[in-house]
Design a protein around this ligand. Structure first.
Ligand code: PLP
Length: 402
């Protein structure tokens, strides 16, 4: 299903506070902070000419976040960045000095960090990022996981020294519980979703994501005409769409939000014209996108700048993982986890439907950008769905690059 954005705010500028979060100078500052990290490398931007030709578009680019900061997903950019920024904010307040990222190793700044505990709920990737950020600065982290989070994903979080708290129910239940417990204990909640009265920290998380877009746009000879990004609570979609709107104004690319049909909270919100919580149905294979309520800030941005909202089915997500693992022609092999290729699955759906193509103005001159938001963050699940270990697919990739 695809619906156009008919919201009354569609086409109006971002609110000043949202424009500030996603501005070009803010994104440049994220990149500056990232450049100070030993583990930072820009992630690859792959061109897929064979798939582009098959889909009847001019060019297709995949920004591959499976390689981000050793975490395997774009989420590495958000939670860990927010934790660092929050420690710097606390240290500035405590010392009265203008503390910068280069000062994080100073004993008095480490002492500030040591007293801080960061908590969050997660489907897997965000919690890993918060735990990594906390470990990096010498703070504590407590990560709340719901029943659907796999053992492998929990182990990957615990590896960064996080205390794990298991919560009955869904992702949304874990968000609520994390906020309650952190509030009671005086811990800082670093959530990737926002709600009334809680916007600053999710804004920082979204700001962290903008770095990937800066990298991708620098590498592209011409800006994209269309961008398809998958959504859970909408943070990555809003960060991308909002930054593009600020950078290109009325010449911005057409932006499409893609969700699992089983957890389409943004599409339902767009239909209703205001944030709605959708009913829980069967779990989706797109585990990281299984969110039933949109982020308030994300919706505020997307209602202004997203052209359309669409859903894909379970088999579309699995099919795109397999297609990326076994490419044709000159296309490189790409390891995409269950939620990684969903934006691209949206493009494949649109490309095969004459009405949707016309709605979005997709044709042989279109240049598409999508984000592979994760690699095989759950390697066992990846092998089950693709029939190959991720290492075998990644092996193809390194051969192709040589
Ligand atoms: C791999 C992956 N892709 C996409 C998303 C969706 O991001 P958001 O919740 O900001 O919409 C997530 C969220 O955890 C994710 O882990």
């Amino acid at each position: 299903m695809l619906i156009r954005n008919h919201h009354v705010d569609f086409g109006s500028p971002l609110l000043p506070e949202d424009a500030e979060i996603l501005s070009i100078p803010a994104a440049a500052e994220v990149e500056r902070m990232l450049s100070r990290r030993d583990d930072h490398r820009e992630t690859p931007l792959h061109s897929l000419p064979a798939l582009a030709a098959e889909l009847g578009v001019g060019a297709l680019f995949v920004k591959d976040e499976g390689h981000r900061l050793g975490l395997g997903s774009f989420k590495a950019l958000g939670g860990s960045y927010a934790v660092i920024r929050l420690v710097l904010e606390a240290a500035r307040k405590r010392t009265g000095r203008n503390v910068d990222v280069d000062d994080l190793a100073h004993p008095d700044i480490r002492a500030v960090a040591r007293e801080m505990t960061f908590g969050c709920a997660t489907d897997g990737n965000h919690g890993r990022s918060v735990a990594m950020g906390a470990q990096l600065v010498g703070a504590k982290s407590v990560i709340f996981v719901h029943q659907g989070v796999s053992r492998k994903r929990i182990e990957a979080i615990a590896q960064y020294g996080a205390e794990i708290v298991r919560v009955e129910g869904t992702y949304d239940d874990s968000v609520e519980f994390a906020a309650k417990v952190c509030g009671e204990r005086g811990w800082t909640v670093v959530s990737d979703t926002s709600w009334p009265g809680y916007e600053h920290i999710p804004g920082l998380v979204m700001q962290g994501y903008t770095a990937l877009l800066c990298e991708a746009l620098r590498e592209m000879v011409a800006p994209p005409t269309h961008v398809f990004v998958q959504a859970g609570v909408g943070g990555i979609a809003a960060a991308t769409a909002g930054h593009l709107a600020l950078r290109y104004g009325k010449d911005r690319p057409r932006f499409v939000v893609v969700e699992p049909a089983r957890a389409a909270c943004l599409l339902e919100t767009a239909k209703a014209g205001h944030p709605v919580k959708v009913a829980h149905g069967e779990p989706t294979v797109m585990a990281m996108l299984e969110c039933y309520e949109p982020s308030l800030v994300a919706w505020r941005i997307l209602s202004r700048v997203a052209c359309a909202f669409m859903t894909v089915d379970e088999e579309d997500a699995v099919s795109i993982m397999n297609r990326l693992a076994r490419p044709t022609g000159a296309d490189p092999a790409i390891v995409a986890g269950e939620s990684g290729g969903v934006g691209l699955a949206g493009l494949v759906t649109v490309a095969g439907d004459a009405n949707m193509r016309a709605t979005l103005g997709l044709d042989a001159s279109s240049r598409i950008l999508v984000i592979n938001t994760e690699g095989a963050t759950d390697p066992e699940r990846y092998e089950e769905l693709v029939g190959l270990p991720a290492s075998a697919v990644a092996g193809t990739l390194s051969v192709e690059r040589v």
